[in-house]
Design a protein around this ligand. Structure first.
Ligand code: LMR
Length: 327
């Protein structure tokens, strides 16, 4: 009889416990780059911090290298609840808001310091809300770095790009940038870039150092010109439905962990850009070309008309604000 009572009590406890234990919140974080990049490292740090602090209340699974979704699908998947977080490059939001195209304007920011100052300014922070109407919440900016041009022939002056096919991200500003130097831009997913280079389906591309090194683009491109002509940065996004559905305290904890992970990712970005640039040079697989000030000026002159082409879409006031960050 005592045994029976104990058994009933155990069953009751088990079912009782199940009834009150809420299932953990699951955050799937999907991205397209390698784990060794600023974004890859930030995502892993975020997972570690959340799981350390929130224990079994939240689980984070990180899917790098386009394993779960490419950037063409990830935002739609987010609204369907198939993924909760991603950090697409700022170039990938054109279809949701024209304002973020500001980050694609060639030669707008002098360096990453200026990019950071603009992102942290009141205007930059307001831009995090530019996706609200489409159902997304911008949680923060993450750096990768300045972009370099690569090709199978040396690109020293704009005329060298004439007739060459360049892979670009899905951005009309970037298309206009390559058209301005007589190039042929092709919008292609990041996961295809290596093969496109290897098979010579494209002649060249533009990428930050960490993406070139981690995806071995320098092994299939003979020349990389150090142009620093534009920026490749990210916005960490989630869906408003998921975010607002979290309990207030939990949301605050998750945001805190994310802010810390982003700060870490941003420190890594600066370090990795310098390290990966050097590793590429040391590898001897691709020649890194320096251009003179006069040569650089030719690229600026050729590409800068793109600002005017997009000033009404983006907003001239916004462009003026961004320029202030160079001071
Ligand atoms: C690209 O498509 O080139 C980049 O957006 C990849 C990335 O996430 O850095």
């Amino acid at each position: 009889m005592r045994l029976l009572t104990a058994a009933i009590a155990t069953v009751a406890l088990t079912f009782g416990a199940q009834a009150v234990t809420a299932a953990p919140v699951e955050i799937k974080f999907s991205h397209v780059v390698a784990e060794s990049t600023p974004k890859g490292k930030m995502a892993i740090r975020f997972k570690e911090l959340v799981e350390q602090r929130l224990g079994d209340k939240v689980t984070v699974s990180v899917f790098p290298n386009s394993q779960l979704f490419g950037d063409d699908k990830v935002l739609e998947a987010m609204l369907l609840g198939d993924v909760q977080m991603a950090a697409p490059s700022l170039s990938k939001f054109q279809k949701y808001t024209p304002a973020l195209q500001i980050f694609d304007l060639p030669f707008l920011f002098n360096d990453m310091g200026a990019v950071d100052r603009f992102q942290q300014s009141e205007t930059g922070q307001e831009l995090l809300n530019s996706l609200r109407k489409k159902g997304y919440v911008g949680l923060g900016y993450l750096h990768n770095g300045m972009k370099q041009l690569s090709a199978n022939s040396p690109l020293r002056v704009p005329a060298d790009a004439e007739g060459k096919k360049f892979r670009i991200q899905t951005s009309d500003v970037l298309a206009a940038q390559f058209e301005a130097v007589g190039g042929v831009p092709l919008k292609k997913p990041f996961s295809e870039v290596f093969t496109l280079m290897q098979t010579k389906a494209i002649d060249g591309s533009e990428n930050p150092w960490t993406n070139i090194y981690s995806k071995k683009f320098h092994e299939v491109q003979s020349y990389i010109t150090e142009t620093d002509h534009g920026v490749l940065d990210y916005m960490v996004v989630t869906s408003a439905e998921f975010w607002n559905g979290l309990d207030d305290d939990l949301r605050a904890e998750v945001k805190k962990a994310l802010d810390e992970a982003i700060a870490y990712g941003n420190e890594e970005a600066a370090k990795l850009a310098a390290e990966d640039r050097q590793k590429i040079i040391d590898s001897g697989r691709s020649e890194v070309l320096q251009i003179t000030e006069a040569e650089r000026e030719l690229w600026v002159e050729a590409m800068k008309p793109v600002w005017k082409q997009f000033s009404s879409d983006i907003g001239q006031d916004l462009i003026n604000e961004a320029l202030k960050a160079n001071a």
